[in-house]
Design a protein around this ligand. Structure first.
Ligand code: G
Ligand code: G
Ligand code: MN
Length: 444
């Protein structure tokens, strides 16, 4: 970093501000002799920390994290806080970025103690370099942020910038705008879409690896938009949450999934398979609507309620209503499951507090089990093992998600996992293929 120059600073952390980092990057010119690598780190689901524990505590965590990062990466040329929960680090020359990343992930696995609360932060990282693909220094910040969005979209911890991501980012941006225009005052649009069957559910099997039989399917929503084609749930669910129409959509999902599941054939051994339904945290704001939707579907189908499981994600928002609502869901005879465990803001207390039957390991750990980086693979293995042990301690049944390869399956089986979901067994299936799957993989 050029000595003597005063780059603009961020007030909270004392690191460079966004503008400070931008001017620093621009000062390298268009074709620097030295190679540059920029990492943008986002504390996953930090919004939950802020709204659940207070902005003041959120600020405290950011400033602690930035101090720790400065200490942990003395060889970084500069650190910045470009905004909110984003921190970034610039490296000059041929640094071994993989090693730095490992150090970063290792650091975030360690719990923080902040004013008597223990929090574990998990991060997503976007990486861009001037080498591969060649990116001008002035564009590095933007490129690393696009890579970060990609990491979030693909639910992996880390992503390296590639030019194809720009198109995806623009596509998502256009789509969001379209949806915004379409939905702003028109809940009608959602009703129309539901009436036209533009929304539909696909189902991904959850298999008992000890018997090889399918035990349940997870219902996953899709939107076949008349103009835009297939829209992925990551996009429209986040949007529906913001527009406060997730209650309507969520109720539709619950009723449709339970209705379809009640019509599935029995397995060859005479057993019935279950269905898992994702519930957005915002559906806990008005739990009456959620519970009413469940009750109606149970009454109408007369399905055995223990076959229905609701997947919720960790959140420190509405933690109290979530707890009491999950209790009510259990009183109805249904099961509860904590989804994506290990990502973002995790609290062990929550695992103890919430009435849970199942816990789903986040697939980012699984993806790294057969990483070519030995240390990374070993770390993921240790984390997977730790989470499985944790599940046993809290007496919740683990479900391992995202298994794609023989090797991953063998590893998690060795660690004692029984219930498995992943492309290894099947991608999500359209509704009309579920029956065949049950007959074919239904156990004897
Ligand atoms: O199936 P896919 O990988 O596209 O799902 C992306 C994300 O969308 C996942 O995190 C999944 O939990 C979420 N999702 C899919 N269907 C639903 C749904 O019906 N309700 C909610 N709340 N989330 C869903
Ligand atoms: O957040 P949630 O667990 O609800 O997300 C489920 C999503 O994960 C589904 O949309 C599904 O498509 C995706 N998924 C499930 N198994 C695999 C897998 O083995 N590989 C990949 N890449 N995605 C998977
Ligand atoms: Mn899920």
């Amino acid at each position: 970093m050029k000595a003597g120059t005063e780059w603009e600073k961020d007030n909270l952390t004392g690191l460079l501000s966004r503008r400070g980092m931008e001017t620093l990057l621009a000062s390298y010119g268009d074709a620097p002799e030295i190679s540059l690598t920029l990492l943008t780190v986002q504390i996953a689901r930090f919004g939950n920390v802020n709204s659940g524990m207070g902005v003041e505590l959120g600020d405290r965590i950011i400033s602690l994290a930035s101090k720790r990062l400065s200490k942990l990466f003395p060889n970084a040329t500069a650190l910045a806080r470009p905004h909110g929960d984003h921190l970034c680090m610039l490296f000059e020359g041929d640094q071994d970025i993989e090693t730095e990343l490992e150090r970063l992930h290792d650091f975030t696995q360690r719990p923080f103690a902040v004013r008597g609360k223990v929090v574990v932060l998990n991060v997503k990282v976007g990486i861009a370099t001037t080498d591969d693909p060649p990116t001008q220094p002035a564009l590095l910040l933007q490129a690393s942020e696009i890579a970060l969005q990609d990491a979030k979209r693909t639910k992996l911890k880390t992503s390296h910038f590639s030019p194809s991501m720009v198109e995806t980012a623009q596509h998502v941006h256009h789509m969001e705008n379209d949806l915004r225009v379409a939905l702003v005052n028109h809940h009608v649009e959602i009703h129309r879409a539901m009436a036209n069957e533009e929304f539909f559910l696909v189902y991904q099997p959850i298999v008992d690896a000890t018997t090889g039989a399918v035990v349940a399917f997870e219902a996953l929503m899709r939107w076949n938009h008349p103009q835009r084609g297939l829209i992925r749930p990551d996009v429209f669910i986040a949007f529906a949450e913001k527009m406060q129409i997730m209650d309507i959509l969520g109720t539709w999902v619950i009723q449709r999934a339970i209705y379809e599941a009640s019509n599935w054939p029995l397995r060859p051994d005479g057993r019935r398979v279950g269905v898992s339904v994702n519930v957005s945290p915002t559906q806990f704001v008005e739990p009456r609507i959620l519970l009413q939707g469940i009750r109606e579907a149970l009454d109408e189908t007369e399905i055995d309620p223990s076959l229905i499981k609701f997947e919720v994600t960790e959140t420190s928002d509405f933690a109290e209503t979530m707890k009491s609502t999950l209790e009510r869901i259990r009183q109805l005879g249904c099961c509860t499951s904590l989804d994506d465990f290990g990502t973002g803001f995790s609290s062990l207390t929550q695992l103890n507090d919430l009435p849970l039957d199942y816990l789903k390991l986040d697939r980012s750990f699984i993806a790294e089990l057969d990483s070519s980086n030995e240390d990374q693979a070993r770390l993921s293995r240790r984390i997977t093992q730790a989470i499985l042990t944790l599940a046993e301690t809290f007496q919740v049944e683990p479900i391992v998600e995202g298994i794609e390869t023989d090797e991953q399956l063998a590893t998690v089986r060795k660690l004692g996992a029984r219930l498995i979901q992943g492309f290894y067994f099947s991608k999500p299936l359209s509704g009309d293929r579920v029956a065949d799957f049950i007959r074919a993989v239904g156990g004897k």
